[in-house]
Design a protein around this ligand. Sequence first.
Ligand code: 5RP
Length: 219
Amino acid sequence: MTQDEMKKAAGWAALQYVKKDTIVGVGTGSTVNHFIDALATMKDDIEGAVSSSEASTKKLKELGIEVFDLNSVDLIDVYVDGADEINDRMDMIKGGGAALTREKIVAAVAKQFICIVDNTKQVSILGDFPLPVEVIPMARSYVARELVKLGGDPVYRQGVVTDNGNVILDVYNMQILDPKVMETKINAIVGVVTNGLFANRGADVLLVGTPDGVNTVTL
Ligand code: 5RP
């Protein structure tokens, strides 16, 4: 089974968590693209979606799913998104696709976070995947120096501008032993919009695509 087939299996498995007549929070990435394909099969049964990126918005609209502005929505029942790494406490690193800030905002509004991954994303300690940090452009060098003080090696993601007009620093060589503390520390650096640690609000349900089917994990 290929990695993409495992992503597809996880993406389609998330459909069972979508309730009729609700607004669904939709993340970003190749795994979520499979979920959007699945969601399109019940587009007449849901009110619509709130999207975490311009890319997902485009795909949702192309498939005939209405996309709402988050400011016009009080409640999102489920938020479905992928991850770059996830540990057994359901803490995640996200932002490989540079959509971390909008993802974190939509996740904050949702009652339930359903994380969909293939089995290569499960880790015991977060940090092999470089941690994305979204930064206000004029603060890039300052934030980079502060990230070095926290033990990381930040690298400017060349040529990438986020949907919010900001830049990304990818932080290498961080051994993230306490994800909640690290998330809070990095977010406290002036000029940081947010970082890709999703620990203070982690996933509630994890669906892992494997060669033997989809495993469901809850805490
Ligand atoms: C985008 C993300 C994605 O969820 C993450 O990068 C996983 O992507 P994929 O499903 O393509 O492996 O956080 O900002």
